[in-house]
Each structure stands twice: as C-alpha cells, then as structure tokens.
Design a protein around this ligand. Structure first.
Ligand code: NAP
Length: 463
C-alpha cells in the first residue's frame, strides 16, 4: 500500500467513527451541537480523503461541483428559517437522491457490460431508490410549501398501482442482472423510480410529511449504501447504512409517538392540517374567554408554572417571547419548567430547536415521562400554541383518532392558560375538551403578541 492509500483508508475509518459519534451526540439536546460538529468534521475528512483517490484524473469538475454545492448549501442555510426546517430537509434529500441516481446512470453507461451480477443489482437499486427519493422529496417539499395541495390526493386502486410498480421495478432489476445490455430495462427502472416517488407521496397528507421525509431519508441512505457496493466505496456503505437505519427508526418512532401505525401514515390518507382549518366543530359550547389581564393575574398568584409549547409557537415565532415571559416570572420567584412533547410541532425536536434558538437552558426542558406527574401539583400551565399534545381525549375517548397517543396531563393543574388564535382544532382535526374546562382560560390571539402583552402585565408589579 502506498502512503497515499494508507492516508485514504485511514481518513475513511476516522470519518466512519465520527459519523457514529455524531449520531450518538444527536440523541440528546445537550450533546446535539457537539454531535453536529463531529459529523461535519467527519464529512470534511471523508471528502478530503476521497480527493486522494487514485482513479481521479482531473480536479476541475470536482472543484466546480464543490463550489456549486457550497453556494447552494450556504444560500439554503442563510434564507430558510428554522420554522421551515422540514422543507429544507426535503430539499436537501432531493439533491442527495438525484446525485445518487445520476452516479448510477453514469456507472451504467460507463461499464455496464463489465459489472458483476451483484454490482449490477446494487446499481439498479441505487438508480431506482435515488430517483424515487428525488421526486418523493420534491413532492414533500411542494406539499409543505403549499404549491402542491396538502390534502391527501387519492384515486381508486392507487395502492395496488404503487405496489405493482415497486414489485415490477424489482423484477426489472432482476432482468438487468441477467441481461445488463438491455438499456430499455435500465431506463424503465429509472422512470419507475421517478413515478413511484410522485405517486407514493401524493396520497399522504401535508402534515404527515415529516414522517415521509424521514422515510425518504432512509431510502436515500439505502441508495447510498447500494452505490457504495457498486463503486466499492466502504465509506458510502457505512454512511448509507447509518442513514438508512436511523431514518427508518426515526419514522417508526414518530409514528409511534403519534399513536399511528406506519401503514396508517403511508396509506391512511390522514392529516389535512395544511388545508384551511375546518369549520369550528364545537359551536354553541361555552368556554372561558379571558383577557391578558386575567391571565397576568393568575400568573402573579402562582408559585409554579409549566410552559407547554406546540406548533403554534413555531408559527408565531414566539420562542423569544416565551423565554422572556419565563424570565419575568422567575424574577418574581416563580419556578418555571418547559414540557416538551416528542411530536409537538411538525418535526422531531421542533420545540427543542426553537427554544435553543431563544437560549432557553436545557435543564429547564422536561420530556413527557419526566414532567407528567408534576402537572397535578402545578399552579398554572401556559399552553403556547399546542393542541393535540394536551388533548385529554387521547386518554379518555376510545373513538378519538388520537386515542392512545401519550399526552400531557395539563388538565390536572390548578389553572390552564391557553394561547391560540381561535377555537379551531389542531393537526388531527379533533375537538379539545381541555378548552372547555372550568379551570381553563382561553386567551385568543397570536401567541407572540399575547405573550408580549402578558410580559407587560407582569412588569406592572403587584400581586
Ligand atoms: P397542533 O395540534 O397542530 O396545534 C397547534 C395549534 O397552534 C393549533 O390549534 C392552532 O390553533 C395554534 N396556532 C397556530 N398558529 C398560531 C399562532 N400564530 N398563535 C397562536 N396559536 C397558533 O400542535 P401540537 O399540539 O404541537 O401537536 C402536534 C401535532 O402534529 C400532533 O398531532 C402530531 O401527531 C402531529 N405531527 C407531529 C410531527 C412531529 O414530528 N413533531 C410530525 C407530523 C405530525 P389556532 O389555529 O386556533 O391558532
């Protein structure tokens, strides 16, 4: 082995170790930043190591690609706000899928006749899954951005058609292994990947897109893994396997935390929250509509407060105002904690990311299991744009679509202050009994504006 080859191999081993440490770091908010840095360093080492590959004959195109990728990456990170994270991830997956698929096409054109059967199978998978990830991610992006209708788009026999195309593509990959010279079959595999990506995502509701994106992430990982086998690249095999398995696990965990089966997310045509909110289902029921002054009075009389943030905090960009309200309360000697639900918002860790952006200290954030017993002995709960994650129907009403989903026991605390704009339901579209309880005050309006007014109220002093 030449010294360059030794460095090359070592760089891949080091990068692989760093990627594993990165995933480990990402499993908790305290270590997430460190995990990200480790992942970035690992990627840098892998890229530099790859540049030492002995088969590289010229660097100008590689340089052009590096520059183009960096410009696109920088533009995306500068312009897409934190609230649009699922869209950003969908977009970057589409690039990853396209890159993988194009490598597959190039490899087929270059050396189809010399590939072993195993490598041809890997190349077929890589091309199919790469194109599928590309169009699927573009569809997910479109649904989240609103340029494709967010509601499930369904038609008769679509599941049969999708499954048929999938199975047909697997058969075509088998045929290509036996007859690698059949270019038409290769093109059919590529076309089928593009079509399945579109048709599999259309029937899924816009609000379920985070699960879909996470699943597409795992497809992109599998495609990269297949590329690794086709190109003899160990680092791609390792990265692809890590990406594929973590994406799949995340999708399963998200489905579980929503108390939905995986199949229900993918084939259930559920989740229309991106459509205009449906008519108010609880017309005629009375609730306590309160003013900011009323809410301020309750908070002034409290010793312990729990803040429950939800999707509405992200929409309203109220995370800084939430932190300022907590600071104003703490100055009055109140103990403030934050209750973070695993599926609050629209992507895993959504609330953690927003609160971290507002510099809320991690030790004040509590997971569902760690805080749920505290609600019964808490003076006041401030629900900031959360709905489904505080809906008692998940515990009591077996006919409810969210029955069985773990939720916060908010209704047990002495007073509940709910900040939202209307009495409309949340993501699942079901009515929330919490809003009609005697101890619940509904302070209707944009969360950020209401919070700022509440902070002003607290500053006015007095008890
Ligand atoms: P939610 O049930 O969707 O409720 C959010 C509430 O925020 C709405 O009721 C809305 O009421 C309010 N809101 C919107 N804009 C607001 C604003 N500017 N100011 C104040 N309030 C505002 O949210 P959640 O309680 O966080 O629950 C998350 C849901 O998403 C769960 O059903 C979960 O299963 C699902 N989901 C989560 C993920 C994930 O990974 N986190 C992925 C997919 C699906 P108004 O319209 O009346 O203001």
């Amino acid at each position: 082995m030449t010294p360059t080859e030794v460095v090359f191999n070592l760089s891949y081993v080091l990068a692989a170790v760093l990627f594993i440490l990165c995933l480990r770091g990402l499993s908790g908010p305290e270590s997430a930043r460190r995990g990200l840095v480790l992942g970035q360093v690992g990627m840098l080492i892998a890229v530099v190591g790859t540049l030492l590959h002995r088969d590289i004959v010229r660097y100008d195109w590689i340089l052009a690609g590096l520059l183009l990728g960096s410009v696109i990456g920088l533009a995306i990170s500068a312009w897409i706000p934190m609230t649009k994270m699922p869209e950003r991830i969908a977009l970057s997956h589409s690039f990853g899928g396209l890159a993988t698929a194009l490598v597959g096409v190039a490899e087929y054109e270059r050396e189809a006749s010399q590939l072993t059967e195993f490598k041809m199978a890997a190349l077929g998978f890589e091309t199919f899954l790469g194109f599928l990830t590309f169009t699927g991610s573009i569809m997910a992006f479109g649904k989240l951005q609103g340029f494709i209708r967010g509601a499930p788009i369904t038609w008769k026999g679509q599941n049969v058609l999708n499954v048929g195309l999938f199975v047909g593509s697997l058969a075509a990959i088998g045929l290509l292994v036996v007859h690698p010279e059949m270019q038409g079959v290769f093109l059919a595999i590529a076309g089928s990947g593009l079509a399945v990506g579109v048709m599999a995502v259309l029937p899924i509701g816009g609000a379920d897109m985070p699960v879909v994106i996470s699943l597409l992430n795992s497809y992109a990982g599998l495609a990269a893994c297949a590329t690794g086998f086709a190109l003899n690249s160990q680092i791609l095999i390792i990265c692809g396997a890590l990406d594929g398995s973590s994406g799949l696990l995340l999708s399963m965990l998200m489905s579980k935390a929503m108390n939905r089966s995986f199949a229900n997310v993918l084939f259930g045509a559920f989740g229309t929250a991106l459509e205009p909110t449906s008519a108010v289902p609880q017309l005629g029921r009375s609730y306590n509509e309160a003013t900011v002054e009323d809410a301020g009075a309750v908070l002034k009389a409290s010793q312990t407060v729990i803040v429950v943030p939800g999707y509405g905090m992200a929409v309203s960009q109220a995370q800084h105002a939430v932190r300022d309200l907590a600071a104003a309360l703490e100055r009055r000697g109140v103990e403030v904690k934050y209750a973070i639900h695993p599926v609050a918002g629209r992507m895993p860790g959504h609330m953690n990311v927003l609160l971290a952006e507002a510099n809320v200290s991690y030790d004040k954030l509590f997971d569902l299991d760690d805080i749920n017993d505290d609600f019964a002995r808490t003076d006041a709960v401030v629900v900031v744009g959360a709905n489904d994650v505080v809906n008692p129907a998940a515990k009591k009403d077996s006919s409810s679509p969210i029955y069985g989903m773990p939720v916060f026991h908010v209704e047990l605390s002495r007073s509940v202050i709910v900040l939202k704009r209307s009495m409309n339901p949340g993501f699942s579209g079901v009515e929330n009994e919490l809003f009609f309880q005697q101890n619940t005050m509904m302070v209707l309006g944009d969360a950020k504006k209401t919070l700022l007014a509440m902070i002003g109220e607290l500053k006015e002093g007095g008890h």
